[in-house]
Design a protein around this ligand. Structure first.
Ligand code: CU
Length: 128
């Protein structure tokens, strides 16, 4: 390999590595803008919401990834915070973004009739 070719290869490698690191840096920066958490959705007899109770910081933009690992559809609603996802199909993930503007404890629940114990599929968000 000639010297010029070697320099070209090294420059290409550096550019590629730089681009990859840049993408990771942007991703990390974007995630740091949000308070992010993951919520698992399952019918009560299969494990129910996990976690059933969680805290989010008052006034900070919050992102909840709702992951339905069940075999049936679920819904998600926090009526007091005006948040609702009408349907999360089995195996799907839905994202909810909001800025908690009020401190307190707010119930959330499934809004799709998913099992005989559907009414037990509830939890609490604590804004503090
Ligand atoms: Cu449900």
């Amino acid at each position: 390999m000639k010297k010029n070719e070697l320099i070209a290869v090294v420059l290409m490698l550096l550019a590629t590595i730089g681009a990859i690191l840049g993408v990771f840096a942007i991703q990390k920066f974007r995630l740091s803008q949000f308070y992010t958490l993951e919520l698992i959705a399952r019918a009560p007899e299969n494990g129910n919401w996990y976690p059933k109770k969680f805290k989010v910081p008052y006034g900070k933009e919050t992102k909840i990834l709702i992951r339905n690992i069940d075999t049936v559809s679920h819904g998600f609603a926090v009526p007091d915070l005006n948040i609702a996802v009408s349907e999360i199909k089995a195996g799907h993930v839905e994202t909810v973004r909001f800025i908690p503007q009020e401190k307190g404890t707010f119930p959330f629940m499934c809004t799709v009739w998913c099992s005989d114990r559907h009414m037990d599929m509830r939890g609490e968000i604590i804004v503090e």
